[in-house]
Design a binder for this molecule. Sequence first.
Ligand SMILES: [Zn+2]
Length: 268
Amino acid sequence: MATDRDDAAMTGWRALADLVLPRTCAGCGLPGALLCAGCRRWLAVPRLAQPRRHPDGFPPTVAAGGYAGPVRPAVLAFKEHGRAELAGPLGAALALAVVAVLSALPGDPPGPGPAEARPVLLVPVPSSVAAVQRRGRDHVRELARVAAAELRTAGLPARSAPLLGRRRGTRDSAGLDATARRANLAGRFVCRPARGGPFLGAVLVIVDDVVSSGATLAEAARTLGGLPRPAGAPPVLAAVVAATPRRAEGRKPPQGPGVITVRGGIGT
Ligand SMILES: [Zn+2]
């Protein structure tokens, strides 16, 4: 776990890197910004994500944009190529998706007020131990922390809550055939005891970088559904930075509210 000293050292390093390394947009490669205004527009129209083969237990999920165009290289740069500073713009996009999915809740959505009133807990989908070791960080946790901070700035009582863990012996589904993937997903997650305060009446929003088939979010929602929550507790929701669209979609930025029909199959 990163300490304040680690964070300070990293901030200093980034400031130095900004001085000596040219900053280019992770989406389109133009110099000047981490993610330029044109590329951010791809992540500015939150949309309901609906997998083609709707997995049992798939929660209501909003994506900030399609996993297409400049979004794809930007997410990959953040996730796989060490551009951790992209947690800023991608976390802000995730916060937008969280706000949109909260608006689907019946009754009054959580709003400004004391944090204990109706907290919104962002529950990151945990990466495998091997993936965290390979990347040297848990990028979804980083997104959850940034998104929660954005939401608090906007007056929502939100915080990141890593309530899910990985069961030992499971691994990423990449490279597995459909049958093996299904078996690998079943029972993949476990609930961790709540840390840092009550959560039983909270709004739980699972967060991840990308949704594709929806199988991972469905499994995460099923696992959180096992928590002892009071009758009338809000349903488990999900929000992601981007949803993998079908091939015919995603060739241009979305123009308005809509639905992303995400790719079928069993994957992440
Ligand atoms: Zn750009």
